[in-house]
Design a protein around this ligand. Structure first.
Ligand SMILES: *Cc1c(COP(=O)(O)O)cnc(C)c1O
Length: 382
């Protein structure tokens, strides 16, 4: 198994994911249109490109001449470099100061939000080295606090071999009150940038806007944006706040091949208290896709199903390595047939939102559960 995903599904484990690189390119073009032609895009590829495969996504975006990509994962960043991709990589943070030397070795741009890390860059650098400063303008996660940011950035800029290439913040939201909160934080962040510039500091790159802002059509005065979710066609705000339809899902399918058909004229399993199956069935299908592969048990009462030839077949058991479903009265079904766990099949489709609903979790939980577990097929840009 590879987290970067070029393996093909084989007869030894016929289960796989399908991704559409054309969707990524289309979403990227739509974001550039929304941000404006002169605004730089720093594409967020954290968490293995939100589970879509960082090397494939980085290659596709490099072909679009993306300004930079970003992640907090050193492991993922090294995979991109080892694939021969030379696009600038902004590291979101996630390291100790002692990790800086390795960052510089792989030509990764550190994010700095404390003096210890800034000093580590100055000590490890043998030539002027770009860093970004992250400001916490209200999210309460990583960053130098807004009130201290001006003096901090001025101090960092004076360190030998440290060049403050960019200053950024992150204020993602999902509902209307969050939208107002995000706008207020971004305005405060932009006031800080104004103060730094009028104090004589040149900051080439400034960024505060991410997917939620771009989805609702908000742009600030910064010269860069850093979208993640929406690049992959994943909504980051509530339905009703923005229209997702201009963006296409990059994850198009999770599929497996039927490995077994069970015939049980008297009904299978235990009537009550059966360990494995949720309900009895006279005809079952099995695919090699279980908890180990990333599929989670549906919540009680959820109408969880798979698709064969456009027909929904209720899932009756999820075990470590297998998924069992009711074949009902479906005819013309044979070992080796494609079973759709997510995606379009005939006249019906199972969406990521539906899967998340059945499993009682978020879209990213599903992506993270499957991440690195299955072979990944990438359909090229048309
Ligand atoms: C994840 C992240 C982003 C992208 O956020 P989305 O909501 O996925 O667009 C931008 N900036 C930072 C610092 C992040 O951690």
């Amino acid at each position: 198994m590879s987290s970067t995903g070029n393996d093909t599904a084989t007869a030894t484990h016929p289960t796989w994911m399908e991704f559409d690189l054309d969707a990524l390119a289309t979403n990227y073009a739509e974001l550039q249109r929304r941000a404006g032609p002169d605004v730089k895009i720093i594409a967020s590829l954290k968490a293995n490109a939100y589970g879509h495969g960082i090397v494939a996504a980085a290659k596709a975006l490099a072909a679009q001449n993306v300004f930079a990509i970003s992640t907090g994962s050193f492991h993922d960043a090294v995979a991109v470099r080892e694939a021969g991709i030379t696009t600038p990589i902004l590291m979101f943070g996630g390291n100790l100061p002692a990790g800086i030397a390795d960052y510089l070795h792989y030509d990764l741009i550190p994010t700095v939000y404390n003096m210890e890390t800034a000093n580590a860059v100055s000590e490890a650098a043998s030539k002027p080295t770009a860093i970004y400063v992250k400001v916490d303008a209200g999210m309460g996660r990583l960053g130098i606090e807004l009130q201290e940011a001006e003096s901090f950035i001025q101090a960092v800029a004076k360190l030998p071999n440290v060049t403050v290439e960019g200053v950024y913040t992150h204020l993602s939201f999902k509902d209307a009150p969050g939208q107002a909160w995000s706008k207020q934080g971004i305005e405060r962040f932009n006031a800080l940038i104004g103060n730094l510039r009028s104090g004589g500091l040149d900051i080439p790159v400034t960024q505060a806007v991410a997917s939620s802002n771009l989805m609702v059509g908000y742009m600030d005065g910064c010269n860069a944006v850093c979208p993640g979710h929406i690049l992959y066609g994943l909504p980051s705000v509530e339905t009703g706040l923005a229209d997702i339809t201009p963006f296409k899902p990059m994850l198009t399918a999770i599929k497996a091949k039927l490995i077994h058909i069970g015939e049980f004229p008297g009904g299978n399993g235990l009537k009550d208290g059966g360990y494995h199956l949720k309900r009895q069935s006279r005809r079952t299908g099995v695919v090699p896709l279980g908890l180990y592969d990333g599929y989670r048990k549906p919540q009680d009462g959820a109408p969880a199903a798979v698709l064969i030839k456009g027909q929904r077949l209720p899932i009756i058991g999820v075990s470590l390595e297998h998924l069992t479903f009711d074949l009902l009265d479906l005819e013309d079904v044979a070992i080796g047939d494609d079973i759709t766990v997510l995606g379009r099949d005939g006249g019906d489709q199972i969406t990521l939102a539906e899967l998340a609903n059945w499993q009682g979790c978020g879209l990213l939980d599903i992506l993270m559960n499957f991440d690195g577990r299955l072979p990944c097929h990438y359909h090229a840009v048309r």
